[in-house]
Write a protein that binds this ligand. Structure first.
Ligand code: DX5
Ligand code: ZN
Length: 226
């Protein structure tokens, strides 16, 4: 079953509360919290996203899917554990070696939180293979991390397909999440390739009816959309 994680990065100023309530009512499967430190990526959303996540935690039981685009992973895990996320995902590229990756995996697990590893478009998918038995999700970035509203990088479809084959061939249980430029046009190909959690920001927040878009994004491949 495909799930949808709505990115709140591009929520309109002054409409945060209305948007979060409407997303809760639209039954988004997750709220995707994009944490940026202004170092790993240019933008800094660190404090804002913490405030938004705290607010959402108070008004919704939907799980929080925290995407860390930060260099200081431990600090962000400590800070964001306060909002009791369902999963915390960090970037492979923010770790200097294999030992540090395993250290971060265990550091997140001590908070009884699921663990995800994200890879940027230019990172070879093979680099994440050794960690898959120890994590719950691999987040394949389908845009360069750092901002919303970018176009899907079509060469990422093959990357998702390769990852899915490796997971299946090795009988692993790891979700594949895709993030960036996901909309009604790009969702079918990325689902067909094997992604089972779709992050969408612009495609949902710009819609008149969030539920219609979320249901369309989730609809099984090949189903005629209603
Ligand atoms: C980009 C973020 C994405 C982004 C998705 O760095 O990780 O989650 O907000 O937004 P859209 O769906 O607009 O590409
Ligand atoms: Zn994200």
């Amino acid at each position: 079953m495909v799930e949808v994680s709505t990115s709140i990065l591009s929520v309109k100023k002054g409409e945060e509360s209305k948007t979060f309530f409407a997303l809760e009512a639209s039954k988004t499967d997750y709220f995707h919290i994009d944490v940026m430190d202004g170092e790993f990526v240019e933008k800094n959303t660190y404090q804002t996203m913490l405030e938004y996540a705290s607010y959402i935690r108070r008004i919704s039981n939907a799980p929080l899917d925290v995407h860390l685009m930060v260099n200081d992973i431990k600090k962000a895990v400590d800070d964001y554990s306060a909002v009791e996320p369902n999963i915390i995902t960090f970037h492979l590229e923010a770790c200097k070696n294999e030992e540090e990756v395993f250290e971060m995996i265990n550091y997140i697990k001590q908070y009884n939180c699921k663990v995800g590893i994200s890879v940027k478009p230019n990172t070879k998918i093979e680099e994440v293979y050794k960690y898959l038995p120890y994590i719950h999700m691999c987040l394949v970035m389908t845009v360069e991390p750092g901002k919303g509203g970018q176009s899907y990088l079509s060469e990422m479809t093959e990357k998702v397909r390769t990852l899915k084959s490796y997971i299946d061939d090795n009988h692993l249980e790891v979700d594949i999440e895709v993030d960036g430029g996901i909309n009604l046009r790009t969702a079918p190909e990325v689902k067909k390739a094997g992604a089972n959690i779709l992050v969408a920001g612009t495609a949902i927040l710009n819609a008149v009816d969030y539920k219609v878009i979320i249901d369309e994004l989730k609809c099984p491949i090949g189903d005629v959309s209603v």
